[in-house]
Write a protein that binds this ligand. Structure first.
Ligand code: MLT
Length: 334
C-alpha cells in the first residue's frame, strides 16, 4: 500500500507533466469488472449519459467491460498512478488499498438497501471518500448497489454450515471475507475476480459468492447449479476516478464528474429494486436451485460476528466507531 502511494505520487506528477493529453482528454476510459447487464454496467451507462450531457458533448467516456483493462484490484493501481481514468469495481476489492473501507465488507453490517444508502451517502461515506483519496490516490464519485451476495456452487445444495464442508469456495483477496468463511469452518480460496469464471468452469473452485445480478451478468449460471440465499454482505460497488486525473481537470469538468456520479448513484438504487426479482427468476428458469440458510441464518451470523468483528475493531476505527455507525443505522450497539 505504501509502495503504491509513493509510486502513485511520483507518477502522478509525471502524468500531469507529460499529460496535457490526460488533462484535455475528450474520451475518458472506464474499466468495469463485471459483464454487460450488471449494476456496474448500469452505473457506468448513467454516469456516461449525464457526464456527456453536462459537458455539452465536449467530453465522453468509453467503458471496457469484463475486466478488459485488468483485474479490479489492478485497476486501483492504474488509476492511482494516473494511467487509468475511471474504474467501477466492488468495494471488497478497494479494501486492501484503504483498510477503513472494510466497514462496508464487515459481515452482517448492512441489513438492507436503506442501510447501504445511509452508509455510503452519509457521514461514513464521506469519510471513506477522503480516506480512499489519502490511501489509494483514487476518489469515489458514485456508488452502485448490487444487493446481497448469495453463495453459489456446482456440487450440492447448501443450507447449514456443515454443508459447506469439502467445498472449495472462491473469495476475493479480502481478509475480512476470508476470515468470515474461516469462522464458518472452511478455508476459502482467494482468487482475482477476472479469473473466477474460468476457475469455476475448470473446477479449480466449486463456488463463490456475489449478488444475483452479478451472477447473471457474469453468466455463472452456465457453470453453477446451487444458490444459498445468505445475506452476510450487501454488495456495494464504487465508481472511482483517478485523483490525479480529477485534479488535472478544470473546475467545470470536475463539477460535471461529481454531479454525474451522484445522478448515477441515485439511478443505481432504483434500478436494483426494479431488476433483482426479475433476474433471480431468470436464474431459476435457467436451472439454478435456491436454498434458504438453515435456522434463518442465525448460526452463520453469530459465528461471523463473534469471530470476525473483534479482529477488525482497530482497523475500522475502534469499537466505539462501529457502535456509532450501528446507532446511525438504528441498531443495537455491540
Ligand atoms: C468480487 O467478488 O471480487 C467482486 O465483488 C466482483 C464484482 O466486482 O462484482
Amino acid at each position: 500500500q505504501r509502495f503504491i502511494k509513493s509510486i502513485s505520487f511520483a507518477l502522478c506528477a509525471g502524468a500531469i507533466a507529460v499529460g496535457s493529453s490526460v488533462a484535455q482528454a475528450n474520451t475518458f476510459r472506464i474499466a468495469v469488472g463485471d459483464g454487460a447487464g450488471g449494476t456496474q454496467h448500469e452505473l457506468g451507462l448513467k454516469f456516461s449519459e449525464v457526464f456527456k450531457e453536462k459537458t455539452a458533448g465536449k467530453h465522453d467516456t468509453k467503458m471496457f467491460l469484463n475486466g478488459q483493462l485488468g483485474d479490479e484490484q489492478a485497476t486501483i493501481n492504474d488509476a492511482s498512478m494516473g494511467l487509468l481514468d475511471f474504474s467501477i469495481l466492488a468495494i471488497n476489492n478497494v479494501t486492501p488499498f484503504s483498510p477503513s473501507v472494510g466497514v462496508l465488507t464487515l459481515p452482517y453490517m448492512v441489513h438492507s438497501l436503506d442501510d447501504a444508502v445511509t452508509l455510503t451517502q452519509g457521514e461514513v461515506g464521506q469519510q471513506l471518500v477522503e480516506n480512499t483519496i489519502r490511501d489509494a490516490g483514487v476518489r469515489i464519485i458514485g456508488w452502485a448497489y448490487s444487493g446481497f451476495r448469495v453463495l453459489t456452487n456446482s456440487k450440492q445444495a447448501v443450507s447449514s454450515l456443515a454443508d459447506l464442508e469439502g467445498l472449495k469456495i472462491r473469495v476475493p483477496n479480502n481478509e475480512i471475507m476470508i476470515d468470515t468463511y474461516r469462522a464458518w469452518g472452511i478455508n476459502p480460496t482467494p482468487m482475482a475476480w477476472s479469473e473466477t469464471f474460468t476457475g469455476l468452469q475448470l473446477g479449480v473452485v466449486d463456488g463463490q459468492d456475489n449478488p444475483y445480478i452479478t451472477v447473471s451478468a457474469m453468466k455463472f449460471d452456465e457453470v453453477q447449479k446451487y444458490i444459498t440465499n445468505i445475506r452476510y454482505l450487501f454488495s456495494i460497488e464504487p465508481l472511482i476516478v483517478s485523483e490525479s486525473v480529477f485534479q488535472s481537470q478544470p473546475a467545470d469538468v470536475q463539477k460535471a464528474i461529481l454531479e454525474a456520479g451522484q445522478a448515477a448513484t441515485d439511478h443505481s438504487a432504483q434500478w436494483l429494486v426494479e431488476q433483482e426479482d426479475k433476474i433471480k427468476a431468470e436464474l431459476t428458469a435457467n436451472g439454478m436451485e435456491i436454498s434458504e440458510p438453515a435456522d434463518g441464518e442465525k448460526q452463520w451470523m453469530q459465528k461471523a460476528i463473534d469471530q470476525v468483528w473483534p479482529k477488525y475493531y482497530k482497523q475500522l476505527g475502534g469499537k466505539d466507531n462501529l457502535n456509532k455507525i450501528l446507532t446511525s443505522l438504528g441498531r443495537d450497539t455491540i
